[in-house]
Write a protein that binds this ligand. Structure first.
Ligand code: PLP
Length: 430
C-alpha cells in the first residue's frame, strides 16, 4: 500500500498542529490524509480506496456525502443561515421530529456536539436535584469535559480507581464523579447507598459502544431507572451513538425504558455537526431559554441551518425508507459471517453487536463489562486491523472500538469484507 503523499502531508500538518490531528484519537499509524468520501468508500491522498466501517466514529448511517442530505443542506443555506436571535423554521421542524420519535423527548434543545449535550444534561440534573454527584460507568465515554472525562479506556490496574482522563482537570469534578461497573446493579445500588442524598444523576451509554458492544443484561436498564427513582436521581441516557442508529427512537425505544434526559448527536445528522439534549418538559423548562429558567443554556452556533437541515433530511429519510431494516440485515450478515469464519478456523474470538454495529473481541467469552476486556488480545487486534487496511477495509483503528454498517453498504460489500477477513485471519494463524 503506497502512502508516500499521506506521509508528506502529515509532516506538514505537524508544522501547524500539535501531532497533526485535531482530535487525540485520530493520531494512528499509518497517518493517512483523506481527500474524498462517497457512500461506503473513503479515499486517501495516494488514491487508495477503502471500504469504510469506521463511519467517522458513528455519524454516517446513510453513507458519506449522502446526496439527499447534501441537497437539503445546500437548499437550506441558499435561503437561510444563522440569526443570533429568535428561532428558525428549520429548528421548529427538527424539534417536532425529535419529539415525535424519541420517547423521552417532551422537549429538546440543540447544541453542536455530544460533549456539550452531556455537559448541559448533567448541569441540569444538578439544578433539578440540588445535588452534585454523578454516577458513570467504567468504559463509557460521554465527551471531553471534566464531569465525565475519566475511567474510560483506563489501564487495567486503574479499574475502579480514580483515573482522570486528562491533566488539568478539576479535583472537585473528578471526586464528584463516581464510577460503577456496567451490568452490575448491586454495585450501582451500593454506590447510591453510600452516597445517599448526594447523587444528582446517573449517566449511561445504554449500550457501551465506546468499548465495542457490551449489551445490557435483561433488566439492567430498567434496574437503573428503578434505582434512580428510589434514590431521587435523574437517569440520563447518553444516546450520542445509539440514538437514530439503533432505532429512530433510540435504544430507549428498543429497550422500553424511558430516561429523564437523553443526549443525542452523531447519526442524527449523518455527519453534519449538531447534537441535542431532550427530556421531560418540567426539567427542560429549567433551562434559561425558557423565561424564568435558571440553568444556563447558550451557544452562538446552536441550531445553525447546516446541522438542522442535515438532521431533518436524515430523520426524514429514516421515516420514509427502510434504513434500519437494511443496516440491521447487513449487520447480522456480517456478524454471522465472521462467527462462521472463526468456527472454521477454530479461533478463540467472539463477535458482539447490535443492529448495524459489530465488534470482534479476541477472547473466549462474551464480555459483560470493561473488566472482562482484560482478556481481549489487543496486539492481535492491532495487527489484524492493519492487514485489513492494507486490503482496503477500514475498521476502527483502536482496539475495543466498534464498526458500523451503513445504508450505502451492499450485500456484496459485506461478502467481500468477509472474504478479506477470512484470508487475513488464515494468514495470521499460519
Ligand atoms: N457521548 C458518547 C456516547 C460518545 O460516543 C461521544 C463521542 O464519541 C460523546 C458523547 C461526545 O460527543 P462529541 O465528540 O460530539 O463531543
Amino acid at each position: 500500500m503506497e502512502t508516500k503523499r499521506s506521509q508528506e502531508l502529515y509532516e506538514e500538518a505537524n508544522l501547524y498542529t500539535p501531532g497533526g490531528v485535531h482530535t487525540s484519537i485520530r493520531n494512528v499509524d499509518p497517518h493517512l490524509i483523506f481527500t474524498k468520501a462517497e457512500g461506503a468508500y473513503i479515499y486517501d491522498a495516494d488514491g487508495n480506496k477503502y471500504l469504510d466501517y469506521q463511519a467517522a466514529f458513528g455519524p454516517y448511517i446513510l453513507g458519506h456525502n449522502h446526496p439527499y442530505v447534501n441537497g437539503k443542506v445546500i437548499e437550506a443555506i441558499q435561503r437561510t443561515d444563522l440569526y443570533g436571535v429568535g428561532t428558525t423554521d428549520l429548528e421548529i421542524e427538527l424539534a417536532r421530529m425529535i419529539c415525535r420519535n424519541v420517547p423521552s423527548a417532551e422537549q429538546v434543545l440543540f447544541c453542536n456536539s455530544g460533549s456539550e449535550a452531556t455537559y448541559h444534561a448533567i448541569r441540569l440534573s444538578r439544578a433539578v436535584t440540588g445535588r452534585t454527584r454523578l454516577i458513570k460507568f467504567q468504559g463509557c465515554y460521554h465527551g471531553w469535559h471534566d464531569y465525565v472525562a475519566r475511567n474510560m479506556l483506563s489501564k487495567w490496574d486503574m479499574i475502579g480507581k480514580r483515573d482522570p482522563g486528562s491533566a488539568g482537570m478539576m479535583d472537585e469534578a473528578i471526586d464528584n464523579t463516581l464510577i460503577c461497573t456496567y451490568n452490575d446493579l448491586e454495585d450501582v445500588e451500593r454506590t447510591f447507598k453510600e452516597n445517599d442524598g448526594q447523587v444528582a444523576a446517573l449517566i449511561v451509554e445504554p449500550i457501551p459502544h465506546n468499548i465495542g458492544c457490551i449489551l445490557p443484561q435483561d433488566g439492567f436498564l430498567q434496574g437503573l431507572k428503578d434505582l434512580c427513582e428510589a434514590y431521587g436521581a435523574l437517569l440520563i441516557f447518553d444516546e450520542v451513538i445509539t440514538g437514530f442508529r439503533h432505532d429512530i427512537g433510540g435504544f430507549q425505544k428498543v429497550a422500553g425504558v424511558t430516561p429523564d434526559l437523553t443526549t443525542m448527536g452523531k447519526a442524527m445528522a449523518n455527519g453534519y455537526p449538531i447534537a441535542a439534549v431532550a427530556g421531560k418538559k418540567e426539567y427542560m423548562q429549567r433551562f434559561n431559554t425558557y423565561p424564568g429558567g435558571d440553568v444556563w443554556f447558550a451557544g452562538t452556533y446552536n441550531g445553525h441551518a447546516v446541522g438542522t437541515a442535515a438532521a431533518i433530511a436524515t430523520i426524514d429519510l429514516m421515516e420514509r425508507e427502510p434504513v434500519h431494516e437494511h443496516v440491521f440485515r447487513l449487520g447480522e450478515r456480517m456478524r454471522s459471517g465472521i462467527r462462521e469464519i472463526h468456527a472454521r478456523l477454530g479461533m478463540k474470538a467472539v463477535v458482539a453487536g447490535f443492529g448495524s454495529v459489530w465488534t470482534t473481541y479476541f477472547m473466549d467469552f462474551m464480555p459483560q463489562n470493561y473488566t472482562d476486556l482484560q482478556h481481549n488480545d489487543a496486539d492481535f487486534y492491532v495487527r489484524y486491523r492493519k492487514k485489513l487496511l492494507e486490503r482496503g477495509i477500514y475498521k476502527m483503528p483502536m482496539n475495543l472500538k466498534r464498526n458500523h454498517v451503513g445504508y450505502s453498504h451492499t450485500e456484496q460489500d459485506i461478502d467481500h469484507t468477509l472474504e478479506v477477513i477470512e484470508s487475513v485471519l488464515k494468514e495470521m494463524l499460519a
